[in-house]
Ligand binder design. Sequence first.
Ligand code: BES
Ligand code: MN
Ligand code: ZN
Length: 493
Amino acid sequence: MRVRAETGLSIKKKTSILCAFSIEDTNVAIGLGKFNKKIDQTISQSLQEIKGKKGKIAIIHSHKEISSERILIAGLGKKNKLTSDVIRDVTGNITKKIHELGIKEFTIITPEKISIKNDQVVSAIVEGANLSLYDFDLYKKEKSNKKEPDLTLLTSDKNAQKIIKNSITISDAVKFTRDVANLPPNECPPAKLGEIAKQIANQNKMKCTVFSKNEIKSKRLGGVTAVGQGSKNEPRFIILEYRNGKKEQKPILLVGKAVTFDTGGISLKPGEKMDEMKFDKCGGCTVLGVMKAISELKLPINVIAIVPSVENMPSGDAFRPGDIVKLFNGKTAEILNTDAEGRLILADGLAYGIKHFQPSSVMDFATLTGACIVALGTNVAGIVSNNAKLASKVKSSSAKTSEEVWELPINDDYMDMVKSKVADIRNLGMGRAAGTITAAAFLANAVGNVPWVHFDIAGTAWIQPSTKSKSYNSHGATGFGVRLVVDYLMNQK
Ligand code: BES
Ligand code: MN
Ligand code: ZN
């Protein structure tokens, strides 16, 4: 979407539709100003009609009385509930309305001097507008109307143009993540993810290495090998290197689970909703989206991404319950359920990344456990960390981007729950108890003392029946985590 900033008065603005926000029960359209008696009266009537309630929109035709052809007023809801996400959501609704009406260009009056910082308001408007028209229709003959309207933001903020540019880059990366995550499993085996990674690396001057099945085996990535061996679609181990910080600066490591389809393997899943396991690559897609964004933003940092990718299939070659496999970190893992496959490939990704790149900190992203949905639902991701300082920075980026997280605890008692009688560790906890944490405890074995935050995005990576509806999300993958992590990385030097 094309978005630009403009200073100047709304009264003079020549536009198809001039949009302003209104907070509940204030009877004020923020920043709209005065026109002439007739128009001002109509505006005032509309304000009283919608009362600034969230979700309500009024449109007034100006009949050439003023420079703008129409005025739109959108309610933001109660003042004490106003967050940047409300602005993101309401802007998405405005954009959808304008798209529906076939209007080719619109202007939004940026609400200034409200309780939210200007840069966050501008980002929220741009993201809401740019994400709201996303629709995955690659496989449909009848495409949705892809022509996006142009947006002008009226603002007095001198930095607005820069913030707009960054927000477009970031929300385009979210769309990219959704596009890849939405690919069906027959069209997106691990090799395809390797090609996609190479593409973004070439476009943005990153180094990309993709290990084949044989290389994965010879490098002793035993977890990836075991999970991948049951499928004809061979595994890949993807490494992206973005270096734009000081040479001596240790990199940040991002690891993402990319199971292109998770049948459960020999511990086969029930049929119901198994199709959704095409989204089991979402962690990896988030990491790819983050790399695309930060390389386009040219952030002055060093970041390594690792995306272990497999298809988890039952077959005569598949790994089995009872198998003992040797992970990259040298620890042996007893397989008790082949459906607990994510932790096996992630443990290899984490250990390989830590050994070869000596990162200052690590984050991993995975649709790891159904238990996370039981615990937190589908609007909040679980996080588990060994470092309170890093976790608190993640929480502050989460608050800014409204990609919600909730921290679950980890300690030695949970670590004990993944010890095995016949191997060093086991890929299952104790029954259903604390399933999200025991999965993280398995990963903690591969992480050691490096500051680490694990994100379980099983509930948030795609839209499920219990997902709260937001104008800037549509059916399918959400791209959860991209905005949060890019915000975190923008605050690193
Ligand atoms: N990919 C699934 C987790 C999942 C399930 C995410 C449903 C989103 C929706 C993961 O590989 C898995 O199957 N986990 C098992 C672990 C269990 C066997 C310990 C689960 O959650 O049931
Ligand atoms: Mn599984
Ligand atoms: Zn899985």
